[in-house]
Design a protein around this ligand. Structure first.
Ligand code: CA
Length: 666
């Protein structure tokens, strides 16, 4: 065929609605074309809307337009055309704002079924259809002036991990939009006992960041039945780039959830609080019939040796972050939340399923937006992922992921006992043998000469290169929360004794050089009625009972005091491994169940000299030898007061009451 004939044939094919022959099957996932541009699936203009879908194995792709977010037949069906790099496109003239759309992809002769695509930015109820919206119109008043609160260093962060329903569903909260994004915009809310709740409570406590449990569109809660109470943590992703509908006042109107999410972020920012999203890119709720499988079958997930979907998440699948377009997907999605919603941090669920290169690419992409955006994750997986161990973003490879942090289960378990056995206690209940793990957490998981020297107790493997790479915590949404755990592990203890252990735990977390992390409600000794995995338990298990703010005021004041002290005193957040090795010295203790350290001298910016912290989990008082001096007591006997010291200890000995922390300085 000469050139003229070829052109004639191609022109005829275009006229007939065909496109020239193209490759839709590939030898391996590495051969799939990589689209280089910005990955958008819908671009609205008043005069026309552009649709695109990356579906390199498709033989045909259609986009369907609908009047509504659910029900009814398509009002229009448009055939898409394959452009470069596996991207199919179509442009529909006219103003389509307010319409909904789905794609349908044909692979190997089979139509895979309706999907809103993988990149939908707005959806109808339950996220089954994507929506055509104008994003600028979702901005609340003042949004363009919204600014991230100042953050000088990751070491200054204090995280508060909350679920929207836990935080505000209790009627005692006095909050109008209970369980919604808007709950975090209400000022001046109080319990009937007069204690502040909501955003005022967060300000009073003094945390710097809220970490929102999954707030992207997840699948378990039916958004058409919101009059019935339904609860889920939300680790079952459906549409990664859209806020969850059940937290919006109207899940049917696509703009409402977007606008209310932004209102929430803006209100928190105005209160001086940054916002972290819990992101769950490691798996999706549905595999077969889910958005990924209906778009590019097989590509987004790893397969095992038998070609079946692998399952390192224990939720039915694991995504394949190492594949070029999956990596690009995760990077673009994270950046989208950072830019469009002004999100200040990301917590990666089962980060150990992702590969190191992806985490580093996210870090560098976020740095281009704002280097103060924080990243951390669970440096583990539920089962071994289908990728060589040395490529995985596991905790022990944190050194290969600068400025990405991971949770320290070593510190957590040394304090309260292991994940696998709720009934096993540890340091907090006075058991000896856990001191090395507590010390590991106190130094922020970095190398320390005195940690190496401990020959009696097993020292956890060091994995952090900077203290801000370690999340310090004693409890989170997973497993028993601290109040429940202490009830189970110390059933013999009186409520007063358990409160003392509780305060000891919080002192360890908030004097650790790692980044402290508090489970919402821990500041008022919330419980979960003894339920370990409460992911879908009803509100009566998961809701914070705000009457606790009155009955456990002592704990609240103590934690508030610890937070204020940490924020005021750089000794507790040196932020650098070398400085920790230089200043932090563990002291000799007379018995097991006690850990003591001193921050020698005055680190830069510190007004206190020789800050000394003793954690005494024993049921007896202990004496600690210290250099002769005059020590101001800021924390003792379960009380903390930094401005007007509680007393003075003169001489070369510190006496520490049973089950309590002592904090002094010269
Ligand atoms: Ca949903």
């Amino acid at each position: 065929m000469d050139a003229k004939q070829f052109l004639a044939v191609t022109a005829a094919m275009v006229v007939l609605g065909c496109t020239p022959s193209r490759k839709t099957s590939f030898g391996s996932f590495d051969e799939y074309p990589v689209y280089q541009g910005k990955w958008d699936e819908m671009n609205y203009r008043p005069s026309a809307t552009d649709f695109s879908l990356w579906a390199p194995t498709a033989q045909e792709v259609r986009v369907m337009l609908y009047e509504d977010g659910q029900g009814g037949s398509p009002k229009e069906m448009i055939q898409m055309e394959l452009k470069a790099d596996g991207m199919w496109t179509a442009t529909v003239k006219g103003d389509l704002k307010g319409s909904f759309y789905t794609f349908n992809v044909k692979v190997d002769g089979v139509w895979l079924g309706d999907t809103p695509g993988v990149m939908a930015k707005a959806v109808g109820v339950n996220g089954n259809r994507a929506a055509i919206t104008c994003m600028e119109e979702t901005n609340p008043e003042g949004w363009l002036q919204d600014q991230r609160p100042q953050l000088k260093s990751f070491s200054d962060i204090i995280i508060y991990e909350m679920h929207h329903r836990d935080f505000s569903i209790d009627t005692v909260s006095g909050i109008h939009h209970r369980g919604k994004f808007l709950a975090l915009t209400e000022k001046g809310t109080k319990t009937y006992l007069g204690e502040s709740t909501g955003i005022d409570h967060l300000k009073e406590l003094g945390v710097t960041h809220v970490h929102l449990l999954p707030s992207f569109d997840y699948s378990s809660v039916d958004e058409t039945r919101l009059s019935e109470p339904q609860y889920n943590w939300g680790y079952d992703p459906k549409n990664y780039n859209v806020p969850e509908g059940s937290y919006a006042t109207d899940p049917y109107n696509p703009s409402v959830r977007i606008k209310e999410f932004k209102q929430m972020v803006m209100a928190l920012h105005q209160a001086g609080i940054r916002v972290i999203m819990d992101v769950v890119y490691n798996h999706t709720a549905v595999t077969e019939g889910g958005n990924f499988e209906r778009t590019v079958p097989g590509y987004f997930y790893r397969q095992d040796k038998n070609g079946k979907f692998a399952n390192a998440s224990a939720c039915g699948n694991e995504t394949a972050s190492e594949r070029a377009m999956v990596r690009k997907y995760i990077v673009e999605s994270v950046c989208y939340w950072a830019k469009e919603y002004h999100i200040d941090g990301f917590r990666f669920d089962l980060m150990g399923i992702h590969d190191i290169k992806t985490m580093n690419e996210i870090r560098s992409a976020l740095d281009k937006i704002d280097s103060s955006i924080f990243m951390y994750g669970e440096g583990w997986a539920a089962a071994a992922p289908q990728l060589p161990a040395n490529e995985l973003a596991m905790k022990n490879q944190t050194g290969l992921m600068p400025r990405v942090a991971a949770f320290s289960d070593e510190f957590r378990d040394s304090l309260r006992g292991p994940f696998g056995n709720d009934r096993q206690g540890a340091f907090l209940i006075g058991l000896p043998g856990y001191e090395a793990g507590v010390k590991f957490g106190l130094v922020g998981g970095v190398e320390h000469p005195q940690l190496q020297k401990d020959s009696i107790h097993r020292v956890p493997k060091i994995w952090a290169s900077a203290p801000s790479q370690m999340i310090s915590y004693a409890s989170c949404h997973d497993d028993l929360c601290l109040a429940d755990r202490l009830k189970v592990t110390a059933p013999w203890a009186s409520p007063q004794e358990r409160m003392a252990m509780y305060k000891l735990a919080q002192t360890a977390v908030l004097t650790s050089q790692g980044v402290p992390f508090i489970f919402a409600g821990d500041e008022v000794m919330r419980d979960k009625k003894g339920v370990h995995n409460s992911y879908n338990s009803p509100d009566k298990v998961n809701a914070i009972d705000w009457r606790n703010k009155t009955t456990c005021k002592e704990v609240f004041n103590y934690m508030k005091g610890l937070i204020a002290m940490r924020k005021q005193h750089p000794a507790f957040r040196l932020g650098d491994a070398e400085l920790i090795r230089k200043h932090l010295e563990f002291l000799e203790v007379p018995a097991g169940g006690v850990v003591a350290f001193r921050i020698n001298g005055k680190p830069a910016g510190e007004t206190w000299k020789d800050v000394t912290v003793v954690l005494n989990a024993r049921k007896e008082p202990v004496k600690i030898e210290v250099p002769e001096g005059r020590y101001q007591v800021v924390c003792a006997d379960g009380k903390i007061q930094q401005d007007a010291p509680l007393g003075v200890m003169q001489g070369g000995q510190l006496i520490v009451s049973p089950r309590s922390a002592l904090i002094v300085h010269q």
